[in-house]
Design a protein around this ligand. Sequence first.
Ligand code: SF4
Length: 197
Amino acid sequence: MEREIQKIKLQVTKCTKCELSETRNNSVPGKGNYKADVIFVGEAPGKNEDVNGEPFIGIAGKKLTMALESAGVTREEVYITNIVKCRPPKNRVPTTDERNTCQNYLEKEIEIIKPKIICILGNTAFNSLLNGNEITKFRGKIAKKNNQLYFLSVHPAATIYNQKLISVLKKDMRKLFKLTKELKNGKEIKIDIEYTS
Ligand code: SF4
């Protein structure tokens, strides 16, 4: 399993499949526990991530770590990745083409790790994975598509400029890990949104 994840990391590191490879400093493969119950999926690397080649290490990353800690969870217990693995110039939202070109890496990460639940962070991941919009309306909910469970939450970057969202993110993380524990104990989970295809 570890070898398969390492293989994807290497492919991402060398990838030139879309135009983001021309402006990045480093690709940013997913990072974390390859036996994780939860995979977090954000939008794209930012400036710090691009410089260091690691996901969620800037201010947004600190917010996520803080929210995880409030749920009694460390970064080492989870796996963190993004919809696109290279930074879009000036942190613009990745285009549909870029997302589609990069999606195979995320699909492979999910296939290898087989998480109990995928935590979607923000609108871009919501839109890319479940064709959703307006994450603030749907955050805190559980969705199911093709037998995979998803938990919806806000992007940690959104909490930087909106202080109220920090408590929202923390609340969501506490709910997410309570659910994860229940799933591990075989408890039935109430699905809020069920996708038929
Ligand atoms: S964003 Fe994805 S598809 Fe595009 S170059 Fe980076 S790794 Fe490759």
